[in-house]
Design a protein around this ligand. Structure first.
Ligand code: NAD
Length: 466
């Protein structure tokens, strides 16, 4: 397809949207069920593509990609009727007699651009939200996860009428063409650098935009916790998909007095999870390509390697690696690592930990490991971050009941469950008056007294007793 074809696909989607065919409850439900059936019918091919692209085990591929999608679809189906229902509100005294209505209105035609690290899930979870909201969608998966891109294209082509959902394959040049088209909604998951390009494109059209970006997500660990339990949760979140997870703990900031035993606990946990030779473990992934392999490898010299450090460029393998690090200005501490490399740094007081994190770009996720309520509240409340966990990593992503998104450089807007529906919806507010009950109090020349207006609109309440 070239740019002329993209435009005609979008025009066909716009016609279809205008016909109202996507908007009814039954149409939305049918589309979600079709996606669910398609996932089931193509399960083996999808798991195989994920193995080929990222060496994901069946368990990891199913639980991180397909299970998340299935539960997102089930949640949307269970709540769709209530999400679609208009809500009534009673307007303020000065607007009576009247009633107010808030009616969810589908945004229209959406463009979904996805990355390579969870190539199936991150292309289709926004689609679940778009379909629930009654939108049409063009999906542009990542060209880097080639096998997943291929199966997605085949599957979507089989399931959907292209007037409802179409898929376009290719790299940045294709995205650039698509970004030039008049979509009503741009939904992007990927790097902050490309996020900026997408936001500019959306600004050109004054279109709605959601950006799901990345960045450095810290885990903070103090001396009050069970270090082995914290190490297990952090290592699991970090080394899943070989560290190529947007919400993986990027680095650990641990209370200095327990840094040595914590590193020891992490080292033991890596052996427990992946054996003495992680390269042979079916549960440990590979780096997506040579460019990222070289990028991550360059960080290995920016700290003292405490565990791991082995690499095999042919196999795109980098061992789960712990880096004892204290240079906040080294690239490993300024770039998003996005690989199986975990720098561990020390802090002296909970306030210093806040200062070290809050001074840097706002994280997509923050993970808090402390049994001290005051410390937990301090870290939770004084650091701006997208979302996160307490005694938990990554799992906040898996709940349809928790809106998922970043803040500042880590994203704009959120999705999953109702938040996803909202991301593709405009709430139309309508004030309804009865022509038969029109007191005409606003119309000149017989307007109501100004003092009355001041009183009923709250002007009188502003005065405070000394
Ligand atoms: P990326 O930004 O390089 O690519 C994402 C998508 O944008 C791809 O489909 C790609 O083809 C397209 N693209 C690339 N360059 C483009 C350009 N110049 N113009 C228009 N489109 C372009 O990201 P990636 O390497 O695929 O993914 C890694 C990044 O994504 C990391 O920063 C990670 O944290 C982030 N991420 C975020 C989330 C989240 O949910 N917040 C999830 C996964 C990944």
């Amino acid at each position: 397809m070239d740019s002329k074809d993209f435009r005609s696909v979008l025009e066909a989607q716009r016609e279809y949207f205008r016909s109202g065919a996507t908007l009814g409850y039954e149409a939305r439900r049918r589309a979600l069920l079709a996606l669910s059936d398609g996932l089931r019918a193509n399960e083996e091919a999808l798991l195989e593509a994920l193995r080929l692209d990222l060496h994901k085990s069946r368990f990891e591929a199913y639980s991180n990609e397909l299970a998340t999608l299935n539960s997102e679809i089930a949640h949307s189906l269970a709540h769709l009727r209530s999400w679609m229902r208009p809500r009534r509100v009673l307007p303020e005294l000065h607007l009576l007699p009247s009633r107010g209505e808030i009616r969810p209105q589908s945004l229209g035609c959406a463009l979904i651009i996805a990355p390579w690290n969870y190539p199936i899930q991150l292309a289709l979870a926004p689609l679940v939200a778009a379909l629930a909201a009654g939108c049409t969608a063009i999906i542009k998966p990542s060209e880097i996860s080639l096998n997943s891109e291929k199966i997605l294209a085949t599957m979507i082509g089989k399931i959907f009428d292209p007037r409802l959902v179409a898929i376009v394959t290719g790299g940045p040049e294709v995205s650039t063409e698509l970004l030039g088209l008049p979509f009503d909604k741009f939904f992007f998951t990927g790097s902050p650098a490309v996020g900026t390009i997408v936001m500019k494109a959306a600004a050109e059209r004054l279109a709605s935009v959601t950006l799901e970006l990345g960045g450095k997500s810290p885990a903070l660990v103090d001396s009050t916790v069970d270090l082995l339990a914290a190490a297990r949760m952090i290592a699991w979140g970090k080394f899943n998909n070989a560290g190529q997870t947007c919400v993986a703990p990027d680095y650990v900031l641990v209370e200095k007095s327990v840094k040595a035993p914590f590193l020891e606990a992490l080292r033991a946990v890596i052996v427990e999870f992946f054996g003495e030779e992680p390269k042979l473990s079916p549960n440990f992934g590979r780096i997506i390509n040579r460019r990222h392999f070289d990028r991550i490898s360059s960080y290995l010299s920016q700290g003292r390697i405490v565990a791991g450090g082995e690499r095999d460029p042919e196999a795109l393998y980098i061992a789960p690696t712990l880096l004892d690090c204290d240079d906040w200005d080294a690239p490993v501490m300024t770039d998003e690592i996005f690989g199986p490399l975990l720098p561990v740094l020390g802090y002296s007081s909970p306030e210093e930990a806040v200062d070290l994190v809050a001074r840097r770009p706002r994280p997509l996720a923050l993970y808090i490991f402390s049994n001290d309520r005051r410390t937990r509240a301090l870290w939770r409340d004084s650091i701006p971050f997208g979302g996160g966990g307490i005694h938990s990593t990554v799992l906040q992503f898996a709940s349809s009941r928790l809106p998922f998104g970043g803040i500042g450089g880590s994203g704009l807007g959120s999705y999953h469950g109702k938040a996803g529906f909202d991301a593709f919806t405009q709430y139309k507010s309508i004030l309804i008056r009865s022509p038969r009950l029109e007191p005409g109090l606003f119309y000149p020349p017989k307007t109501m007294p100004l003092a009355l207006v001041r009183f009923i609109t709250g002007g009188g309440h502003m005065r405070r007793k000394p």
